[in-house]
Design a protein around this ligand. Structure first.
Ligand code: MUC
Ligand code: MG
Length: 376
């Protein structure tokens, strides 16, 4: 019947710019606002589903910019999906892959909107299409990334006191390694015993630098080292992983599942950061988790500072994974001055609760969305 008709009538896109609560610095870029492409999928049922493509500093963290993502969805992806049933998830993913190569963030945003819209049409959570929930919450880490140790200590203490976050990620690589070590030591000495710290170098180091600083990172009790070297330096990363007392996490080095297999066979890391921007869709993200797990890698729920829309799409998948050893880092909605959602994503006692309503289980704030939309 018409009310359950999941045929895709329209796929619409917009670019939004959201101001962050503070400057966020990575080894190779820094941001004061986050830019997203927001996708709305409109079905014959009348349901509207949302998806989000997140970027970080233009085409810098990855090769996709919001301008390119929007143009490629409008010009190449939307036309191959109009008229198709949203429920044909696999076939639609195949259509998108045939229409564009890579463009993983663009494909993931569209797929997310289709899961949301199909779920709303059938009154089912998106997770139901991915095997169903096996967890109702996951721990959520906070990233300290102003580069100023005293500010970062104050921020971490506030998160701890409010019982919002008790695990932290520290961005390295924009100062010299020696300066970063002083900063890291200062921050860690100010944290309660046992505070878990992840460091993300975002490709900022050479093998020699990593070798030199691994013992100090181990002595400080760092829990995880994320993407220390350039993604192309697989053998060098594997040599670091072999001599490191701390696990190495693969982030930018593995977007596709083929790249993940190459990393896993090279033994360049023992933890994998799962992100929609890399995998290119919800189903493919779930496959990535299976592949990493089969290679014996542990799983970490990565982010690219998504708003509540993108965070909810990740939760739809994360909630269905048999294992998620490292929890997640979807603090994005909290680093925006105003999130794009008004309900659905609940943070409670160091955790995110997995949304369970229809589709992505969130309510998009239409006023905020309109105000944040970039004028042509
Ligand atoms: C990254 O490389 O992990 C995610 C959290 C954060 O602070 O930066 C991003 C990207
Ligand atoms: Mg990273």
């Amino acid at each position: 019947d018409a009310q359950r008709d999941t045929r895709i009538d329209a796929i619409e896109t917009r670019i939004v710019d959201c101001i962050t609560t503070r400057r966020h610095k990575l080894s190779n870029t820094e941001i004061t606002h986050q830019s997203y492409v927001i996708v709305e999928a409109k079905l014959a049922s009348g349901a509207v589903g949302y998806g989000e493509a997140s970027t970080l500093g233009g085409p810098r963290w990855s090769e996709e910019s919001v301008e390119a993502i929007r143009a490629n969805i409008d010009t190449y992806i939307a036309p191959v999906l109009i008229g198709q049933p949203a429920l044909a998830f696999e076939a639609n993913a195949m259509r998108m892959k045939k229409a564009v190569s890579r463009n993983s963030s663009a494909r993931a945003a569209v797929e997310s909107a289709l899961y949301d819209a199909a779920g709303k049409t059938l009154d089912l959570p998106a997770a139901a299409f991915l095997g169903g929930q096996v967890r109702d919450r996951t721990e959520v880490l906070w990233a300290l990334a102003s580069g100023d140790a005293e500010q970062e200590i104050e921020e971490a203490r506030a998160k701890l006191a409010a019982r919002e976050h008790r695990r932290f990620k520290i961005k390295l690589g924009f100062h010299s390694p020696a300066e970063d070590m002083v900063r890291l030591r200062r921050i860690m000495s100010a944290m309660p015993d046992g505070t878990e710290m992840v460091v993300d170098v975002n490709q900022g180091w050479s093998e020699a630098t990593a070798i030199r600083y691994l013992p100090e990172l181990a002595e400080l009790g760092v829990a995880l080292i994320e993407q220390p070297l350039h993604p192309g330096q697989l053998a060098a990363t594997a040599r670091i992983a072999a001599r490191s007392a701390i696990p190495i996490m693969t982030d930018e080095a593995a977007f596709t599942n083929q790249e993940l297999v190459q990393n896993a066979t090279a033994a360049s890391g023992s933890v994998y950061s799962l992100k929609l921007v890399k995998s290119g869709g919800l189903q493919e993200l779930k496959r990535a988790a299976g592949i990493a797990g089969a290679f014996g890698m542990e799983l970490y729920g990565g982010c690219l500072l998504e708003s509540g829309i993108g965070a909810a799409a990740h939760m739809a998948v994360f909630s269905t994974l048999p294992t998620l050893e490292w929890g997640c880092e979807h603090f994005g909605p909290r680093i925006l001055k105003t999130d794009l959602t008004s309900a659905g994503l609940v943070y409670e006692d160091f955790h995110i609760l997995m949304p369970s309503g229809p589709g992505l289980g969130i309510a998009v704030d239409r006023d905020v969305l309109r105000d944040a939309t970039r004028k042509a």
